[in-house]
Design a protein around this ligand. Structure first.
Ligand SMILES: [Zn+2]
Length: 617
């Protein structure tokens, strides 16, 4: 029997006030009562569920008292309410007691599958992101078709229909023009973020909506839906991604959908009959609104797990989405493209950076051969960057004193910027200008975007300089970088003869495209050469499986999910079929606290078996 309490924390404490013990407000969704006899009660206000832990018999006593207080029924009178626990003789005489949480008590036996990789009923949550005018419905349709064939049910969650109307009153009415509708929805999203003071509010709404659609058991507890996928369209803010990753750590995937600006403009003007001027306005606004609670698609897109592209050829898109799904469902023959592999190495290189503000990585490859890697960090004498090494005197792995910025205690770029600002303020004051007004003007300017005085070598330059040190030509090479190059690196990349740059994260401060419009083309290489057939250096957004999930999905043994096999004992290649395999990364309908109980259950069963054997049974 499950007992739940869905009232307020105050009411809960009042009902249990006769039980002596210490209350702890652990977090908004966990309140705890510890009794002197060693019983522990956890109450989870969001679902109302209760769990009991602690030493025997304190835990059982607390449990009986709580049930009696909440149900008004003494435990003795209610059949089935005796404390449920497994008791097995300890091999050396003592007794091991594993109390089973009430929420999982009845189903304890069937739940052992959760810890044996036998669970294949996992739910799955996708979210899509794309700039305004991107035909996300195409991706939704492909996901839907494939997942249904794989035996999944699919539920679509539209933020604009299922979430925003629940929190914002003034949303565009049906019958308004497409421009009014889209711009009204952007306003409504901003309003929801601003009034709640939480930039993840629409993601919270999406999770709440999914929860509201779940069927409930006899006690009103929401139920897991076997093999169900949810597709949320679409995210607009980085905090929404963070929130969904927090709620569905193993089972959430963000798909970034690229469509070049011309294609999106054509869709808005031709398919949606929006005027050219208004279409451009929507595109600019959508990318990055410089408002505290505005939408920030450009800052969110690069957080994706997968990047796909709509290029007008539906077969390309379908194949890209299918490949992602096959990878998620354990197809052991989906292996990385060279771009995916090189970008993962660039990401790995970025992790070595000790820069105070961001970690950036780069890889130079020539003819699909990685030649050098680089990260943004301080250079050391005689070439390369600093690495921490073991100091023979202290026996510790240490960094060189006064080497990297963190060892020197400051970011020289920010320090110099401030000196320049102070210098301007002093001079302005001497000429009779108002110091505070000048400060305001400077703060509103881009003076703090200057990168001139940084001590770090940028990742792209670090990789190019490595090529120089090992005498490896960069002519005709490809440079992979986790972040779009700054204008400073860009001119050296062009000068080095690199012919293609692949990047993930945008870098708003970069003037590369503007300053070098003669030599750099930003966008996909196949969009066409300029009319005078000069060969431009193409700066191309990354497409494919991003670095975030690379390890989990491509490693056949070491990822977080189940290992995959490629051959049978006879050495024959194993067949893989979509509908017959489970997700590699299962989202278990249990918390780690539940799983500890399952573990205890399994442990005790094993001990019983061992003991019986020992007794000759
Ligand atoms: Zn740079």
């Amino acid at each position: 029997m499950n007992v739940r309490f869905t009232g307020s924390y105050e009411e809960f404490r009042e009902k249990l006030q006769h039980i002596s013990g210490v209350w702890r407000d652990l977090n908004p969704n966990q309140k705890q009562l510890r009794t002197p006899a060693g019983g522990v009660l956890n109450w989870y206000p969001s679902t109302g569920s209760l769990t009991f832990q602690g030493n025997s018999p304190g835990a059982e006593k607390l449990r009986d008292e709580v049930i009696a207080a909440l149900t008004g029924t003494p435990v003795d009178a209610a059949p089935g309410l005796t404390p449920q626990r497994e008791t097995v003789p300890e091999r050396h005489g003592a007794e091991v007691t594993v109390p089973v949480p009430m929420a999982t008590a009845e189903s304890g036996a069937g739940r052992s599958g959760l810890l044996q990789r036998a669970f294949s009923e996992s739910e799955l949550v996708f979210a899509l992101i794309g700039a305004v005018g991107t035909e996300l419905q195409k991706v939704r349709g492909i996901l839907d078709d494939w997942l249904r064939k794989a035996g999944y049910s699919v539920r679509q969650i539209r933020i604009t229909q299922d979430v925003i109307p629940k929190i914002v009153e003034n949303i565009p009415r049906s019958g308004s023009s497409e421009y009014d509708r889209l711009s009204g929805l952007m306003d409504a999203g901003n309003e929801a973020r601003a009034t709640s003071g939480d930039n993840s509010i629409l993601a919270l709404g999406a999770a709440a909506y999914i929860n509201s659609q779940r069927s409930k058991d006899e006690n009103g507890c929401p139920q897991h839906v076997p093999r169900c996928a949810y597709v949320i369209s679409s995210l607009k803010h980085p905090d929404e991604v963070g929130r969904l990753r927090e709620i569905y750590p193993q089972g959430f995937y963000l798909i970034g959908v690229h469509a070049d600006e011309k294609r999106r403009f054509d869709y808005l003007t031709k398919d949606k009959s929006i005027s050219d001027a208004k279409a451009n306005e929507l595109i600019d606004r959508d990318e990055n609104e410089h408002l505290p609670h505005g939408q920030r698609v450009a800052d969110t897109f690069h957080l994706s797990d997968f990047f796909v592209r709509i290029d007008g050829q539906d077969d390309h898109l379908k194949d890209s989405v299918w490949r992602i799904l096959e990878l998620l469902f354990g197809n052991p023959y989906v292996t990385p493209t060279f771009d995916e592999y090189a970008m993962f190495l660039a990401f790995a290189a970025s992790l070595s950076s000790a820069d105070l503000s961001r970690q950036v990585g780069a890889v130079v490859a020539v003819d699909e051969q990685v030649v050098a890697t680089g990260a943004n960090d301080c250079p050391r004498a005689n070439g390369g960057r600093y690495w921490p090494v073991r100091n023979p005197k202290t026996h510790r792995i240490e960094d060189q004193e006064d080497g990297r910025d963190y060892m020197r205690g400051e970011d020289s770029n920010k320090v110099e910027q401030q000196k320049i600002i102070d210098e301007i303020l002093d001079r302005a004051e001497k000429t009779g200008l108002d110091r505070e007004k000048v400060r305001e003007a400077l703060d509103a300017s881009r003076i703090r975007d200057l990168t001139e005085f940084g001590r770090v070598v940028h990742a792209e330059m670090d990789a190019l300089l490595s090529c120089g040190r090992i005498r490896a030509p960069t002519q005709g090479g490809t440079l992979y970088c986790t972040t779009f190059p700054c204008h400073n690196c860009a001119k050296h990349i062009v000068g080095a003869g690199i012919h293609r740059v692949v990047f993930i994260e945008p870098y708003e401060k970069s003037k590369a495209a503007e300053f070098h419009s003669d030599s750099i083309q930003v966008g996909f290489a196949d969009l066409g050469s300029p009319p005078d057939d000069r060969r431009m250096v193409c700066f191309e957004p990354f497409v494919g499986v991003g670095p975030r999930r690379f390890f989990d999905l491509f490693s056949i043994r070491l990822g977080s999910g189940y290992p995959v096999e490629r051959k049978n004992v006879a050495g024959r290649v194993m067949e893989w079929k979509a509908g017959q395999s489970g997700l590699r990364l299962q989202m278990l309908p249990a918390s780690y606290l539940d799983l500890e109980f399952v573990a205890g259950d399994m442990f005790n069963k094993a001990r019983s078996a061992v003991t019986e054997l020992g007794n000759g049974g």
